[in-house]
Write a protein that binds this ligand. Structure first.
Ligand SMILES: [Zn+2]
Length: 185
């Protein structure tokens, strides 16, 4: 296993030992989510002074995480699957994908709760300062007012049009004052 230097958004998990936890010992390690499934008992207990081979340590879960769009205590295999999704979608798009999942209005891969990356890529319309900014840019792209005489364009009801448009979208805060915007597929 290589020690990966964390890039900006790499999801990480704290993989801990359940048996030790039950015995009042907090034993575990931080690791990139993608590597979680390969963790061994020895790696989890490294430096803890616990002899895992005689303590009956065999159940490990993610007791904490940094950058996963799920709560609770995912298994190491689940964390690793998220790590693969992170690698598939890429570091830059990862926060947007997490927002899509947290919105609850995302498309999952059949019979799982994991998001479909191809559907995400189709749905994701970018990060914008406001939905109105997105709506005006879209109006430009589709030539919404093309053919309408200039002197009438000032009467166009942007508020109403933007409001209707929002019904076909999922809008999530990006945590920095902007909005992730997703088309409803
Ligand atoms: Zn243990």
């Amino acid at each position: 296993m290589t020690i990966v230097t964390a890039t900006t958004n790499t999801p990480r998990v704290w993989a801990g030992c359940e048996s030790c936890y039950a015995a009042g010992r907090l034993v575990g390690v931080w690791i990139d989510a993608v590597d979680a499934a390969d963790l061994t008992a020895a790696q989890i207990h490294a430096g803890s002074g616990v002899d895992w081979s005689t303590e009956g340590c065999e159940e490990f879960v993610c007791m904490d995480n940094d950058g996963l769009p799920v709560s609770g205590e995912p298994s190491l295999a689940e964390a690793a699957r998220w790590g693969e999704i992170y690698e598939e979608v890429g570091d830059i798009q990862w926060p947007a994908l997490c927002a899509w999942v947290r919105s609850g209005s995302y498309i999952a891969v059949r019979s799982t709760d994991y998001p479909s990356v191809s559907d995400f890529e189709e749905a994701y319309a970018g990060c914008w300062d406001s939905f109105r900014e997105y709506a005006e840019s879209l109006a430009d792209d589709i030539g919404l007012l093309v053919g309408m005489p200039d002197y009438l364009q000032g009467y166009f009801d942007w508020e109403s049009w933007t409001r209707d448009l929002a019904f076909d979208h999922v809008i999530e805060p990006d945590g920095h004052g902007g909005k992730f915007i997703f088309r409803s597929l």
